[in-house]
Ligand binder design. Structure first.
Ligand code: ZN
Length: 143
């Protein structure tokens, strides 16, 4: 009886040792690399540097929604490069600005046109039943 008590105490202390030996939490304030999604980026002065692809970016504009401006390519929610004339599907429900209409997830949009945009609405398209509108490439998927 006493032995059993002792053993369970011992086990308990071993367990808590094990827990306290675990590595500290990962540094969550360092963003992933916007180019290759690497988690191993590290801060270097006012910049972040990605050891995997060599990309450097400043901490200020790192909100994760910047559509790769380096090569000018506009990518969909899965990182596929979009081109004018492509057909895409919505990856989430989207409210149409200025109306009570909601575009449902999965809605197909044909013949998109890529446009320059400062607010992220970089797809110009015509949606059946709604008309001309603009979408964000991050909310669509190439079909
Ligand atoms: Zn990278």
């Amino acid at each position: 009886m006493l032995d059993e008590f002792f053993v369970s105490r011992k086990r308990k202390s071993w367990f808590s040792d094990f827990v306290s030996c675990k590595e500290g939490q990962p540094m969550s304030d360092i963003p992933k690399c916007p180019e290759c999604d690497s988690e191993f980026a590290y801060p270097d002065g006012t910049l972040f540097v990605c050891p995997d692809c060599g990309h450097e970016w400043s901490a200020e504009d790192g909100d994760g929604t910047v559509a790769s401006e380096d090569d000018g390519a506009i990518k969909d929610a899965h990182g596929n490069v979009l081109e004018t004339g492509d057909t895409v599907k919505l990856t989430k429900d989207l409210k149409v600005k200025g109306t009570s209409t909601t575009l449902k997830i999965g809605t197909k949009v044909k013949n998109i046109r890529l446009v320059e945009s400062s607010d992220g609405h970089n797809i110009d398209c015509k949606v059946d039943g709604i008309g001309q509108m603009k979408l964000k490439s991050e909310f669509v998927k190439k079909v």
